[in-house]
Design a protein around this ligand. Structure first.
Ligand code: ADP
Ligand code: MG
Length: 546
């Protein structure tokens, strides 16, 4: 069993309602007027319609074919209509218009083919009935309401011809309109589907691009933000949308001018904001602002596409530094070497001269200065050479905690440490073996610890702690020294940037490179006058090599 198709069901329902209404009206008239109407044929027609309806329902639930169901019903209707026309005066019957109703129904539901077939069926039935009555082959029914006038053959054919023309014209016209309607609705459906697909695609693209996208209404209020925008700005969409763009401080003041120009002149502008504050941390954001237009070319605000360039910037800076170092390195390494040899000769000669007994104490003092300073110069050159031409890194298994302890012992006994300095150690795993170059790692510890002492010229404490980290070790050097401002922190790893009186500005640059080559990292936490904490994290086994 099938469910009866909706159109088939509707047609059945409409017919039942129409016939029942007609019957009820006639019955009311019948019982309210004195005159008894000859309406027996109406009962017949109504009864027949009800009986056929049962047939339609059976066919409808047995056969799913739409055309067949509709055709059966229309054929049944034509049959009933012909009966009605016959009983109400044949070609004179006022009910011949019912044929038109069937033709319209067929044209609408079965289109041109159905419409023309139905019109032809009507022609045959109508002409047949007319001819049969005209030639007296079937009797004229007995009834009093509609009298049948005898037709001349001319009138017979004229009547038929006009009716036939009407039938076909109705079929053609109605089917034309309903076919157009069908095409339009198919087209509309396809367009709607395309539009939906396009929207899904659009939404997907916008949601999945890694760039942030904001649209801003002409009033300057943010009207849309994609997920990447929310992520980059660290702000949920509900807080972004509806907020004035100016609130966001995404653009520096001077860029607002350009932005306004872009809105007016419809140009695309690009730029970079170096210090957009995301959760208190400055990030670099690169953006392109494009004016938006409505379909008819009216300005409709702007769209802003932007990216978080912080990492790119950092990488860029590192690369630039590497480049600069490579270029300068070769040349200056050569010069440094050239200085070192005469320097050794000078220092050696002065040492010999210093032993002379004929020197005054003043001369002795000057010679000491020469020796001290040439020692310092030699040390700087050594650092520098190490920086531009690092020694080959060895890969040995060694205990970093032991290396750290030795380095701190060395520092404790060095001249730089005064009585007012204290070094505290809390080395928790007493032993931690990593793979790397012990000399280089010791140099890192030395550089960092020595900086801490140098940052506390008036004394203070250096606390060194270790802790294991997910397959690695973290060593933190915290001092109570003078700390660093933001710009100093940013320059910390850059070579030749020094604020210490005897510094070369190479210690941290060398340390950074060594730690990086060991697959680790250095984190800095510092504030002026509050001290500095430098954390070195080293993996058990280096995985990256840069
Ligand atoms: P140098 O020690 O030769 O100056 P570094 O690379 O070791 O070079 O250090 C660079 C600069 O970083 C120092 O001159 C100093 O200004 C700053 N700095 C390093 N460590 C600290 C620290 N613990 N406290 C304060 N400033 C520091
Ligand atoms: Mg240093």
């Amino acid at each position: 069993m099938f469910r009866i198709l909706p159109e088939v069901r509707t047609l059945i329902a409409v017919r039942i309602v129409a016939v029942t209404t007609l019957l009820v009206v006639v019955l009311i008239v019948q019982f309210t007027t004195d005159q008894l109407l000859p309406i027996n044929y109406l009962y017949l027609v109504a009864g027949l319609t009800y009986a056929l309806t049962i047939g339609y329902l059976v066919v409808g639930s047995l056969v799913p074919d739409r055309t067949l169901n509709l055709s059966v019903q229309i054929a049944g209707d034509l049959f009933v209509e012909t009966l009605l026309v016959y009983f109400t005066g044949g070609l004179d019957s006022p009910f011949s218009f019912l044929y038109l109703v069937s033709i319209i129904t067929a044209s609408m539901l079965l289109y041109r083919r159905g419409g023309l077939l139905t019109a032809s069926a009507c022609v045959i039935l109508y002409a047949g009935l007319g001819d049969l009555l005209y030639y007296g082959i079937i009797p004229v029914p007995e009834q009093g309401l509609f009298s049948m006038t005898p037709f001349s053959s001319f009138r017979l054919y004229l009547n038929m011809a006009t009716n036939f023309a009407g039938f076909y014209a109705t079929a053609l016209l109605t089917s034309f309109v309903s076919e157009k309607l069908r095409e339009t609705s198919i087209e509309l459906d396809a367009n709607r589907r395309n539009l939906a697909q396009l929207k899904v695609l659009n939404d997907n693209v916008i949601a999945s691009i890694p760039s942030g996208l904001l649209t801003v209404a002409p009033t300057g209020v943010i009207s849309f933000a994609n997920p990447s925008a929310c992520e980059i700005l660290a702000c949920p969409a509900v807080e972004l949308v509806g907020r004035p763009l100016a609130d966001l401080a995404l653009f520096p003041e001077e860029d607002w001018e350009r932005l306004r120009d872009a809105m007016l002149t419809r140009r695309v502008i690009r730029g970079e904001t170096e210090n957009y504050l995301r959760g208190g941390e400055p990030v670099t954001i690169g953006y392109a602002v494009t004016p938006l237009n409505t379909l008819d070319g009216q300005p409709a605000g702007i769209s802003i596409i932007f990216q978080d360039l912080t990492d790119v910037k950092r990488l860029e800076d590192q690369l630039r530094l590497k480049d600069r170092m490579a270029a300068v390195g070769e040349l200056s390494a050569g010069i440094a070497h050239e200085i070192r040899n005469p320097l050794a000769a000078i220092a050696g000669s002065v040492q010999v001269l210093k032993k002379s007994e004929r020197l005054t104490p003043q001369e002795q003092r000057l010679m000491s200065i020469i020796l001290k300073e040439s020692d310092r110069l030699n040390k700087s050159i050594q650092d520098f050479l190490q920086f531009v031409r690092p020694s080959e890194r060895r890969a040995l298994e060694f205990d970093v905690v032991a290396s750290l302890s030795e380095t701190l012992d060395l520092l404790s006994n060095s001249l730089e440490l005064g009585a007012e300095h204290a070094i505290e150690r809390s080395l928790d795993p007493p032993k931690f073996v990593i793979v790397g170059d012990p000399d280089q790692i010791r140099q890192v510890f030395w550089n960092i610890a020595r900086n801490a002492i140098q940052a506390m010229p008036l004394g203070g404490f250096l606390r060194v702690t270790t802790a294991t980290e997910e397959d690695g070790i973290r060593i933190v050097f915290s001092d109570s020294g003078r700390g660093m401002a933001d710009h100093e922190q940013r320059a910390l790893f850059q070579p030749f940037r020094t604020n210490f009186p005897t510094g070369t500005g190479l210690g941290m640059a060398i340390s950074f490179r060594i730690v990086q080559e060991h697959g680790g990292r250095i984190d800095v936490d510092s504030a002026p006058d509050r001290g500095t904490a430098i954390a070195v994290t080293l993996p058990r086994v280096p995985t990256t090599r840069t």
